[in-house]
Design a protein around this ligand. Structure first.
Ligand SMILES: C[S@@+](CC[C@H](N)C(=O)[O-])C[C@H]1O[C@@H](n2cnc3c(N)ncnc32)[C@H](O)[C@@H]1O
Length: 208
């Protein structure tokens, strides 16, 4: 099977504001893609940017996210897209078989509003042959803390293992494409699964 994990820069954050009390509501947007992976604007309290991509700003266009989903549907048997709760709309309508899993991040930065932001969705399309109850069952909620320092947006190894378990990843036979490698943490966790599977499948290594 051909599987993909897509962890692109997240869609921009839209908000409504009134310039004066009683005035009309105005919609504003703030780029997450350029803030973390491009040429700003950034706040003085932001941790250092993760890396720089000259075309990060293309992810401020919601149609780019839609194009990503269509590419995944065309080219892969199973896939996952990481995004934000408010970014989900960029991917709708989803394929009927797609599911949304919740990454609960207890120590994540809570944001400034009344609702503390503590989770991120992962949209998954499990390969058709792997959707049944046979084999491992996987919760659609993962509680794991994001890495405390380093690359902004990096996923902890538990996240990758959870997503790949949901996709029914068979390390020895599946091809896995990490479309937005960033820190390399997704590939590193997948390599760990491959190494474990190799050890398990090799009877010579199981002898004392
Ligand atoms: C959310 S991060 C990926 C994090 C990664 N999964 C990890 O665990 O470290 C998104 C990545 O996409 C890159 N990126 C930004 N704009 C891009 C573009 N137009 N095309 C491809 N990659 C881009 C960013 O530089 C960043 O490395």
């Amino acid at each position: 099977m051909r599987l993909a994990i897509a962890d692109p820069p997240y869609p921009p954050m839209f908000s409504e504001r009134r310039d004066r009390e009683g005035g009309p509501l105005r919609v504003t947007s703030r780029s997450r893609a350029r803030r973390w992976y491009g040429d700003g604007p950034r706040s003085t309290t932001d941790s250092p940017a993760a890396d720089f991509h000259p075309e990060a700003g293309t992810w401020d266009d919601l149609t780019e996210h839609r194009r990503l989903l269509e590419r995944l549907v065309d080219e892969f048997d199973g896939w996952a897209i990481a995004t934000t709760p408010d970014g989900l709309g960029a991917y709708h309508p989803l394929p009927i078989a797609a599911r949304i899993m919740a990454w609960h991040r207890p120590t994540a930065m809570p944001g400034g509003g009344r609702l503390m932001s503590r989770w991120e969705p992962v949209i998954v399309l499990i390969p058709e042959e792997r959707r049944g109850r046979a084999g491992m069952r996987v919760s659609d909620v993962l509680t794991a803390n994001p890495p405390t320092a380093g690359f902004v947006g990096a996923k902890p190894p538990e996240w990758t293992r959870w997503v790949l378990d949901a996709l029914g990843y068979e390390p020895a036979t599946d091809e896995l494409v990490d479309l937005f490698p960033g820190s390399g943490s997704v590939a590193a966790a997948a390599d760990g699964m491959l190494a474990l599977a190799g050890a398990h499948h090799n009877p010579r290594e199981e002898r004392p």
